[in-house]
Design a protein around this ligand. Structure first.
Ligand code: NAD
Length: 318
């Protein structure tokens, strides 16, 4: 048992990031409860040692669930996590990302749970940046409904911090990649490239491919959550490497690592696509000693075997 063993509720714990958090919390001796409606997550991602509740955040009875499970800490990762979907149906995005978060806040307040960690998005809340990398005080001008919803949820959390009801931690993730990420949405570019290249198909790259992103490995995201659980320090923190990588450079790294010579096809950009993005995680390092440390090449080496195995499994399936 760790010095402090908690009951940790991971919303979205059947998804990419949430399932890694559930694994890590169990490995550190905590009791883990997963809430997920499996809209994009998979039941098999939920570790065997976790309790699983298949339900929508907006289903009635959330406070009763928190009370019955005696939840100490919430890692809130359930979300509609696709920027393009948010552009097509902003109300559906807000239903999950704003109203779902508000329902969770209400349930926490009713049951006295003060430690609520929220997965926000450093790739969308700032909009087109003026400084690279940018710190948390940089102006926020999201260019997508998804970014607006994440920022709105942050504001609600801050309001309930001000009332004294919550001690929230907001982690603004850059572009997270790693095993179990589904190859869809623009956030999942490493997964998409790996899957396409391994299937011998031609991946699409939006625009000229010279747009930059800050790619952070899921193990670094897990480390930031673990540090937050262990040294709960309310605040807002960027979780990024501060390193900008162009999509073209990422493509070359993934293709080289997979031994592929396929050339990408360039297609027009979508409106909300940012030109550059990178996050300064100095505050996270100062407060929690948890700034991301895994270089992209190493992160890809930790990730691509998963997609090789997945491709081999698919190829072997009848
Ligand atoms: N992947 C990234 O690069 C990235 C970057 C910044 C922020 N985030 C945030 O991190 C969190 C996890 O993202 P992810 O990449 O693992 O996405 P994901 O889609 O794999 O995980 C989200 C999970 O939430 C569940 N879910 C969706 N709506 C729900 C609802 N109404 N009720 C209950 N469960 C619901 C889904 O089934 C899924 O398992 C999200 O909040 C996302 O916005 C992700």
């Amino acid at each position: 048992m760790p010095p402090m063993a908690y009951t940790i509720l991971v919303t979205g714990g059947a998804g990419f990031i949430g399932s890694h958090l559930a694994d890590d919390a169990l490995a550190h001796g905590h009791r883990v409860v997963v809430l997920d409606d499996l809209s994009t997550g998979r039941r098999e991602n939920v570790p065997a040692g976790a309790l699983f509740h298949r339900r929508d955040l907006l289903d009635p009875g959330l406070a009763e669930l928190l009370a019955a499970e005696r939840v100490d800490v919430v890692l809130h990762h359930a979300a509609q996590a696709n920027v393009r979907v948010s552009l097509e149906d902003p109300a559906a995005d807000a239903r999950v990302n704003v109203l779902g978060t508000l329902e969770l806040i209400a349930a926490c307040r009713r049951t006295g749970v003060r430690r609520l960690l929220f997965a926000s998005s450093g790739g969308t809340v700032y909009g087109e940046q003026r400084r690279y990398p940018c710190d948390e005080e940089h102006p926020k001008r999201p260019t997508s409904p998804y970014g607006c919803a994440k920022l709105a949820a942050e504001l609600y959390l801050d309001a309930f911090r001000a009332t004294g009801d919550l001690e929230p931690i907001v982690l603004r993730y850059a572009n997270v990649y790693g095993p179990r990420q589904e190859p869809k949405g623009e956030a999942g570019i490493v997964a998409i490239l790996a899957e396409k290249l391994l299937a011998g198909e031609t991946p699409r790259i939006f625009d000229d491919g010279e747009q930059t992103r800050d790619y952070v490995h899921v193990d670094d995201v897990v480390a930031a959550n673990r540090a937050a659980i262990e040294r709960w320090t309310p605040g807002v923190y960027n979780v990024g490497t501060g390193v900008e990588t162009t999509v073209n450079a990422l493509y070359r790294m993934v293709a080289d690592a997979l031994g592929s010579t396929i050339r990408p096809r360039h297609v027009p950009a979508i409106n909300a696509e940012l030109r550059r993005n990178s996050l300064d995680a100095a505050r996270l390092e100062r407060a929690l000693g948890a700034a991301p440390k895994i270089p992209l090449a190493e992160g890809l080496a930790r990730t691509l075997p998963y997609y090789r195995e997945r491709a081999a499994r698919l190829a072997a399936a009848p």
